[in-house]
Design a protein around this ligand. Structure first.
Ligand SMILES: [Zn+2]
Length: 255
């Protein structure tokens, strides 16, 4: 693991030029952009949702983006994994995706982890980032990221997809419901579930927006909400989540 960069106190003229369209009323202040530069985000995994999410974080200027994803890229991934290409088929995803991300913004640092972190590694990672974007397909990994985020007191953005539907949950540990409050029992996991790339990209992009709002101190993060997007039926809804005082993950944690 690499040590964190020293804190930057200003943006250079080239950075101000790069981010010119996102600094101003309704977007980031210069101070907010600087906060992004001094922030670190963990994205795991970087498939259909985590790929667009990490790309948007890098392009927005989040100072350090760590991506984690095991295995090589395979053909069925390319209906949604925008960081990949046919040239990367059969090659390790994380290292190649990181290379692409680095090519998009020289002002940020991208770290690649070529596997899914276990409990210990995930906890160590959680302790050195400012936000976690949870984008794995299965509940076991999602719950692991939820646990380490709650323990480390780091905001968690949980993104999920199925078919043409997606959900987003934003957790402020100790203050709002965690993932385990919402799903006390892990639903059955379908290994090869259907998914269309557009919904993956949409949910991933929304996850990145929540992250940059939190990191920069801009706008109103959707803490304590479940955002459900059902593109198949053409419906979207936002639900207020309640904490479970007996939640085995966050019940004993107070703000
Ligand atoms: Zn909880």
């Amino acid at each position: 693991m690499t040590p964190p960069n020293p804190i930057s106190t200003e943006l250079c003229p080239e950075e101000l030029e790069r981010y010119a369209r996102q600094i101003g009323p309704g977007v980031f202040s210069v101070e907010g952009q600087l906060r992004l530069k001094n922030s670190a985000a963990l994205v795991t995994r970087v498939g259909g949702m985590g790929g667009p999410a990490s790309l948007a974080l890098v392009m927005a200027g989040v100072g350090k983006v760590t991506i984690a994803h095991g295995d090589n890229l395979i053909s069925p991934d390319l209906n949604r994994q925008v960081l990949g290409s046919e040239a990367v088929l059969g090659k390790p995803r994380a290292t190649h995706f990181a290379e692409y991300l680095r090519s998009m913004n020289r002002f940020v640092e991208v770290e690649a982890i070529d596997h899914e972190p276990d409990d210990d590694e995930a906890q160590q990672l959680a302790q050195r980032v400012d936000v976690i974007l949870s984008c794995p397909p299965g509940f076991e990994e999602r719950m692991r990221l939820n646990r380490v985020a709650v323990r480390a007191g780091v905001p968690l953005i949980d993104a999920a997809q199925w078919g043409m539907t997606g959900t987003l949950i934003v957790v402020d540990p100790g203050k709002t419901a965690c993932l385990q409050c919402v799903y006390p029992q892990q639903p059955e996991f379908e290994e090869l579930f259907p998914v269309v790339g557009g919904i993956s990209a949409a949910v991933g992009a929304l996850a990145s927006l929540e992250a940059v709002k939190i990191l920069s101190g801009t706008g109103r993060p959707m803490y304590g909400k479940l955002w459900m997007i059902d593109s198949y039926q053409g419906q979207t809804s936002i639900v207020d989540l309640q904490r479970n005082p007996n939640c085995p993950c966050c019940g004993a944690v107070s703000s």
